[in-house]
Ligand binder design. Structure first.
Ligand code: NAD
Length: 455
């Protein structure tokens, strides 16, 4: 499989894809290895994960360059991701023992009722490229600590990084027959769906997620899907500092080139501050440094996948044809690599694709609203349900709106943020199930109920 640098279009590496035979061998080994891994104590398994975290931090410069070279993520953002993902290791270290401990619910006379949490077995993690550390760790670290073995298929756009996860996990004491990385594209993913595993944990697009859900339904094993979003942000007219709100909103929309599942994808602005906000927002976006992602000062690099350029062009043409004003950007940048100008479209409405379909790139639609009632209706007008955000100085006002949202996550005066303490879950087309928090580890175990009576 050729690995392409999206900043130049050049092939930077060629690695071997796994065949169906490789996949079968790896799965058979994982089946075997899981038995002894599950017998280890949580502490023993955690020790490997802690060691892994240390090794990753020690090697973060090298790893950040690898991530940047295959995804085009600006180097500073690659470093931020690797550093930030370490909070999953800390979180597990502090909580996993307690979450996985058996629970005694009743101990009365001769009766004992207790729950034991048992691993699922061999789980498959089919993953995405946009934040491979974050979304990978959310699954495979938690699954390993819970006593499962893991077949990890990184995205074909983050395969080199996936091989690094495997290398450092093995270096940290996770046995080779407990974590295996397989290299390939959707065709290999399809073969995983046809194989025997005890749970599917997927991060990626709604289209692939739905296909996985339907394909494995008859297996009756847990399926968890972390899918896309069309996340709204409302800027109310009582924000203390309109310029600062514009800067924060722009970062939420354009960080990682807009290629975040929880990127701000549409912004509603109260009529009273609309002009001031739009001006400040556009100025901020025009100030972004676009260029070589391996330069630490670059904020906007290339898109990871060349095909996405067409999606963006199409959304922009559609919006302009329906009356949107193009305030910045609007086209691909000529030359090498998959660069697209950061694009701001004002005067948008829900007849336009840019306000209803996931863009997953550096473009944003802005829409003027007259009231909180109107904005609630617009924010709810979506097939997705990942996050919703409100910027307002009035907590009660913000909560009224956020309480009405049908999303797994809501934000007040912040956005595009994930915390290991809180469950990460999508509703509707954004997915099924939760990662992170105590819920995120329970996803990798099955409860066994013990009804015990001494005679
Ligand atoms: P994708 O669906 O194209 O690919 C995801 C993975 O699925 C890849 O590993 C791919 O090889 C594999 N795959 C493709 N076809 C398959 C098949 N038929 N069977 C099995 N596997 C198959 O998604 P992507 O482009 O990698 O990721 C971008 C999407 O992921 C966006 O929609 C984004 O919003 C979403 N995402 C969601 C979250 C979240 O936590 N909710 C996080 C990151 C990304």
């Amino acid at each position: 499989m050729n690995i392409i640098n999206p900043a130049t279009g050049a092939i930077i590496s060629t690695i071997k894809s796994d065949t169906r035979e490789d996949l079968n061998t790896k799965l058979a080994n994982l089946r075997q290895g899981q038995k002894s891994w599950a017998k280890k104590t949580v502490e023993e398994r955690l020790n490997c994960i802690k060691k892994y975290g240390e090794l990753i931090q020690e090697n973060k410069d090298k790893l950040a360059h690898i991530l940047t070279s295959e995804t085009g993520k600006p180097l500073q953002q690659s470093l931020n991701e690797i550093q930030g993902a370490q909070n999953r290791v800390t979180h597990l270290s502090q909580n996993a023992k307690q979450w996985l401990a058996p629970e005694v619910l009743v101990h009365k006379g001769t009766t004992l009722e207790r729950i034991k949490y048992e691993p699922l077995g061999v789980i498959a993690n089919i993953s995405a490229w946009n934040f491979p550390y974050n979304v990978g760790y959310n699954v495979f670290l938690y699954a390993l600590v819970a006593g499962n073995s893991v077949l990890y298929k990184p995205s074909e756009y983050a395969a080199l990084t996936g091989k690094q996860f495997e290398y450092y996990l093995h270096q940290s004491g996770v046995p080779k027959d407990v974590f295996q990385c397989v290299i390939g594209d959707g065709r290999l993913g399809q073969q995983i769906l046809e194989s025997k595993v005890d749970g599917y944990f997927f991060t990626g697009s709604h289209k692939t997620g739905l296909h996985i859900y339907q394909t494995v339904a008859s297996k009756m094993v847990p399926v968890q899907l972390e899918l896309g979003g069309k996340d709204p942000l409302y800027v109310a007219d009582d924000v203390v500092d309109v310029k600062q709100a514009a800067i924060n909103a722009a970062e939420g929309a354009f960080y990682n080139n807009g290629q975040s599942c929880c990127a701000v994808e549409r912004i509603y602005i109260a009529v009273g501050i609309y002009d001031e906000f739009v001006k400040a927002f556009t100025e901020e976006v025009k100030s972004y440094k676009i260029g070589d992602p391996s330069d630490l000062s670059t904020f906007i690099g290339p898109l990871t996948r060349g095909e996405q350029l067409k999606v963006l062009k199409d959304q922009i043409a559609d919006a302009i044809a329906k009356g949107a004003n193009l305030l910045s950007g609007g086209k691909a940048i000529e030359g090498k690599g998959y660069y697209f100008e950061p694009t701001v479209l004002a005067n948008c409405n829900h007849d336009m694709k840019v306000m209803v379909e996931e863009s997953f790139g550096p473009i944003i639609g802005l829409q003027k609203v007259d009231s909180d009632e109107e904005v609630i209706e617009l924010m709810l007008d979506t097939e997705y349900g990942l996050t919703s955000a409100v910027f307002s100085s009035n907590e009660e006002r913000a909560m009224n709106i956020l309480d009405a949202m049908n999303t797994g996550t809501v934000y007040w005066n912040c956005c595009d943020r994930v915390s290991p303490n809180l469950p990460w879950s999508g509703r509707k087309n954004s997915g099924i199930g939760s990662t992170l928090s105590s819920q995120g580890i329970r996803a990798f175990v099955q409860p066994k109920a013990y009804h015990l009576r001494k005679t």
